[in-house]
Design a protein around this ligand. Structure first.
Ligand code: ADP
Length: 591
């Protein structure tokens, strides 16, 4: 086969049982192929996606071209009781003034006596009324097992639960309660690198909020898994519309229409996300090939204070309505972009051999001294290359290390759109040829950075402003995002400020950048967040929105000039007017 014809093999994804269908759909659209356990060798994949946790061995055996969709040991924030415990610890260390974004929580049965004391205190103070409480099983999700109560005699539980102060004055839209699902990607825990997605979901209860019917879950819980079975799900509800979801863009338009300075709200949410992740960051083992998508659930009260309700491990990527399609497809594409695949990752075995990675890479009994050839199982034994592996090893040139970082998956996708989808995996003869160094170089030069600018992948081309009209304006676009893939490398450059709609929220200045390298300095990071909150508070107190806006723009300009961080304040700099938002009927998707 002529040099360059074969090209790099497509990137390969591996889905564990129960992984969201949308992941498959998005990756296939990008030109990836699905891993076939029967046909392919163990390590012949680039992304392994699981809804549940990986085993330790998955982290230990990771190969350089592979990524996993979870970091190890993040349960400290994703289980309700662990989150409560960790936030309490941080309150003890840094004060309740800063860690004041989570409702008072007790873990039962252990904290029962303390809960009783608090309950009684409130009753005495409020003329016999204790206020409202919510009880949630610690390890369930999707609203299962949750109930709200006022009278302690209604508190009945038979498993470990948390009892939390119920935020009884939520912000309502036309009488409907809602919460926000914020998507957060932790690109790395060491150094701590956090991105927040500009889009997200607003999830509504489908019956009007009413404190005199605490057992009406359609009025008090905002989980889609509950509300989609409610009697009013398909009804065209005042302002909310049909269904139970809005895009975040639509919500921003709504806030704008109400004259709310949403930037402060977003910044407060940023801070909540950062402070929460700081609780576990030092204890998460380094796993450079992992990326994690968390779903932060935030409730806003009538005074516009955001509260953290919980952090979701594997946030739902199911599609219930058009809003889900709009938000989650873009989200997943941006997530894959953040995973930073390089050309070399698509030439799995060749890249591995050439890179001579120092990290232990286990693949059965093979080691770097006996090069690994990831061929289809059925062909492996007869493959001539296996017999002369040492000579193959020596055909690689050192220059192979310096492959340009190319978004190969998008390129592949774009190429497929021109040449038609090539579904079949390369046959043995192609793979034999592909292992020759000369071809690798040809392939690489075929897809250099210049090619990128002229190719637009199908998903990118079809990418719509979420919600159809409320385009979130770009704040910063770094043309060629550069991110140190290996956190142990000497290259301590700034992570890209923006990847798709993911905006860098930590580190957010030079101090936090330095604090995040080597051993994370939590104290310094928390101190910087504190400073930020104080600045915000004083700006709020000054109460001049125009000046604030101007100040923020100046800040961004300064950031640009200094090539400093611009993600301090994120959110639309110039949100569209309400008249441009088509808030009316038909805007909210339904299933
Ligand atoms: P789950 O993991 O089961 O979804 P959540 O903690 O997210 O549990 O709670 C489910 C829903 O209950 C939330 O989406 C929100 O509408 C409501 N909720 C939970 N905690 C509170 C609270 N402290 N105050 C008010 N509403 C709450």
């Amino acid at each position: 086969m002529a040099a360059g014809v074969c090209g790099p093999t497509p990137l390969v994804f591996r889905l564990h049982e129960g992984a969201p269908e949308l992941v498959r759909e998005v990756l296939l659209e990008r030109g990836w192929e699905e891993y076939d356990e029967q046909e392919q060798e163990e390590g012949d994949w680039n992304l392994y996606w699981r809804t549940s946790a990986f085993h330790n061995s998955d982290y230990e055996n990771i190969l350089p071209w592979q990524r996993l969709n979870h970091h190890p040991k993040t349960v400290g924030i994703t289980r309700k009781d662990c989150l409560a415990r960790n936030l309490k610890r941080m309150r003890g260390t840094f004060g309740s003034g800063l860690y004041n974004f989570s409702p008072t929580t007790f873990i039962l049965p252990n904290d029962y006596t303390r809960f009783l004391a608090e309950y009684t205190k409130h009753r005495l103070k409020n003329g016999g009324r204790s206020g409202y409480w919510i009880c949630k099983p610690v390890d369930l999700s999707r609203g299962r097992g949750i109930f709200i109560f006022e009278d302690i005699r209604d508190l009945v539980y038979d498993s470990s639960v948390i009892v939390q102060r119920y935020i009884s004055n939520p912000l309502l839209i036309s009488g409907y309660k809602f919460d926000l699902r914020i998507y957060v990607c932790v690109k790395s825990f060491q150094p701590l690198t956090i991105y927040m997605h500009q889009e997200g979901l607003v999830r509504f209860a489908t019956e009007k909020y009413n404190l005199s019917s605490l057992d009406n879950l359609y009025s008090h819980l905002t989980n889609t898994s509950i509300n989609k079975f409610g009697p009013f799900y398909t009804t065209d509800k005042e302002r909310v519309g049909q269904g139970c979801k809005w895009t975040m863009s639509k919500f921003r338009c709504f806030l704008h229409s109400q004259g709310i300075n949403e930037l402060f709200l977003w910044q407060k949410i940023n801070n909540i996300v950062t402070l929460t992740l700081l609780t576990i960051a030092p204890s998460v083992p380094s796993s450079p090939n992992s990326v994690e998508l968390f779903g932060f659930d935030i409730l806003i009260d009538a005074k516009y204070k955001p509260w953290l309700l919980e952090v979701n491990y594997s946030p739902a990527l199911t599609i219930d309505c058009q809003v889900d399609v709009t938000v989650k497809k873009v989200l997943l594409n941006d997530l894959v972009d953040l995973m930073n695949y390089k050309s070399m990752d698509s030439v799995r075995q060749r890249g591995y051999l050439k890179q001579k990675y120092k990290r232990p890479c286990y693949l059965g009994s093979q080691s770097l001294q006996s090069p690994v050839l990831l061929l289809p199982k059925s062909m492996c034994e007869h493959h001539p290359a296996n017999k002369k592996s040492h000579s193959i090893h020596s055909t690689f040139s050192d220059s192979m290390r310096y492959f340009p970082s190319v978004e190969i998956n998008r390129i592949r996708s774009a190429r497929n759109s021109v040449a038609g989808n090539r579904k079949t995996r390369p046959v043995l003869s192609q793979m034999t040829e592909a292992i020759q160094w000369s071809e690798v170089t040809d392939v690489e030069s075929e897809f250099d950075d210049r090619d990128l600018s002229s190719l637009v992948s199908p998903w990118q081309a079809s990418r719509q402003p979420a919600g159809g009209c409320c385009k979130l304006p770009a704040i910063h676009i770094q043309k060629t995002p550069k991110f140190p893939w290996d956190p142990k490398s000497q290259d301590k450059s700034t992570p890209p400020l923006r990847v798709g709609d993911f905006i860098l929220t930590f580190p957010f200045n030079e101090v936090t950048l330095k604090a995040s390298w080597d051993k994370l300095n939590v104290k310094t990071a928390v101190h910087e967040v504190h400073k930020l909150i104080s600045q915000l508070a004083s700006q709020l107190a000054s109460g001049c929105s125009h000046k604030q806006k101007r100040g923020r723009e100046d800040e961004l300009d300064r950031c640009k000039e200094k090539k400093d961080f611009g993600s301090l304040f994120w959110g639309p700099t110039n949100p569209p007017l309400l008249s441009e938002c088509h808030l009316g009927k038909g805007y909210v998707g339904t299933s």
